[in-house]
Write a protein of this length. Structure first.
Length: 368
């Protein structure tokens, strides 16, 4: 089996509800990049990468497409099932750009599953159940509005809520956490995610003034030095997200005792292959974590669910997918859906989703 053609598609993903706000950015339209890898045996695999705007992280949509343009020609003729050799070829063609390479990696895992007649989660060691938990992310809102939404999402079955904070007076963040805590139902877990926007001073003050409320404080500051400095001055578990950029960063955070858990992004670290390694590092260190991505449609969602299904439930905080903010599925029948706070693990071979590429229009890039 050899790669014969690679097609790259643009997919516009308008945000349902208008705007999704984080501490340092707001987005209303995301442009996802879908990779179609076609083999000479007619087996086709799909990958995807979708940075959530140009300022959330160093990744951005035009960068992903430029990287794929550099990488694509070097992959023609390779066997996509030889994942190690495939990554070696991508690294020889281009340094860095893991988020672009992740789309190729996801497509290769999709092909592996279809070739061997197994789901991706089966190739990763096996699913722990037929569904995985997810969680709902409440964007930066006024305290009363955040509390109202928290009540609604709990009624829909979500057992974990992530509150976006930061980018405003810390007192408003504190009031938002308190208002949401007042409506928190028994069994619902909370996470406060500042997306790097807090100073060490404000992170410490927030934790001190909310010390009676149980929640995870996720990525409050923008550097490892800041996190190390405030680590033992907090009253809440500390999670790493944006700074968990690759396997080495996660390994260091675990071995040094820097954090208590992670919010992992699959494309940020390089795809399913890297996430498998990170999963095992977290297992060795008894670290809880999520398996998410920044944004994207059915392909990224399916990849997150497959990896998440192989994580021990006692350490798994959920697979966040952007489905609540997206209008349409790529695969109307099999696209991952949230029901009562959980997502069914796809049952088809590979990722278990087959996008209708005709809906994407003509490829923006193609290699053969």
């Amino acid at each position: 089996m050899r790669i014969s053609t690679i097609n790259i598609y643009n997919v516009d993903l308008p945000v349902v509800g208008g705007t999704y706000r984080m501490s340092l950015s707001a987005v209303s339209l995301l442009k996802s990049t879908v990779v179609e890898v076609i083999t000479d045996s007619a087996t086709v695999g799909y990958g995807e990468t979708c940075p959530v705007g140009p300022t959330y992280a160093p990744e951005h949509v035009l960068g992903a497409r430029a990287a794929l343009a550099e990488i694509g020609p070097h992959l023609i003729g390779l066997d996509p099932r030889n994942l190690g050799l495939l990554h070696d070829a991508m690294d020889r063609a281009l340094n860095g750009s893991r988020y672009a390479k992740a789309a190729v990696d996801i497509a290769a895992w999709d092909i592996c599953g279809k070739s061997y007649g197994r789901r991706v989660c089966d190739l990763l060691g096996g699913a722990t159940g037929e569904t995985v938990p997810t969680y709902y992310s409440i964007s930066v809102k006024e305290p009363e509005e955040a509390a109202r939404e928290a009540k609604e999402r709990q009624a829909e079955g979500f057992k974990r809520l992530q509150l976006k904070i930061g980018g405003r007076d810390v007192e408003e963040d504190i009031e938002t956490i308190r208002r949401v805590a007042e409506v928190r139902e028994p069994g619902t877990k909370l996470a406060a995610d500042a997306n790097r926007a807090l100073t060490s001073r404000d992170a410490i003050a927030l934790s001190e003034q909310c010390r009676d409320i149980p929640f995870v404080l996720e990525q409050p500051c923008g550097s490892l030095a800041e996190l190390a400095g405030l680590r033992h001055r907090l009253h809440h578990p500390l999670y790493l997200d944006e700074l968990g950029t690759d396997v080495n960063a996660v390994m260091h955070a675990v071995s040094s005792g820097l954090v208590d858990g992670f919010g992992h992004k699959l494309t940020r670290v390089g795809g399913i292959s890297a996430m498998r390694t990170i999963r095992d590092i977290c297992a060795a260190g008894s670290m809880p974590h999520t398996c998410d991505d920044s944004w994207g449609g059915d392909i990224i969602a399916a990849a997150c669910v497959h990896v998440g299904a192989t994580v021990a439930p006692s350490r798994f905080d959920g697979a966040w997918i952007a489905a609540p903010y997206i209008q349409e599925h790529y695969d109307e029948e099999n696209g991952p859906r949230i029901e009562n706070g959980r997502i069914k693990v796809p049952t088809g071979d590979g990722l278990g989703v087959v996008p209708d590429v005709a809906r994407f229009g003509a490829p923006i890039l193609s290699f053969s």
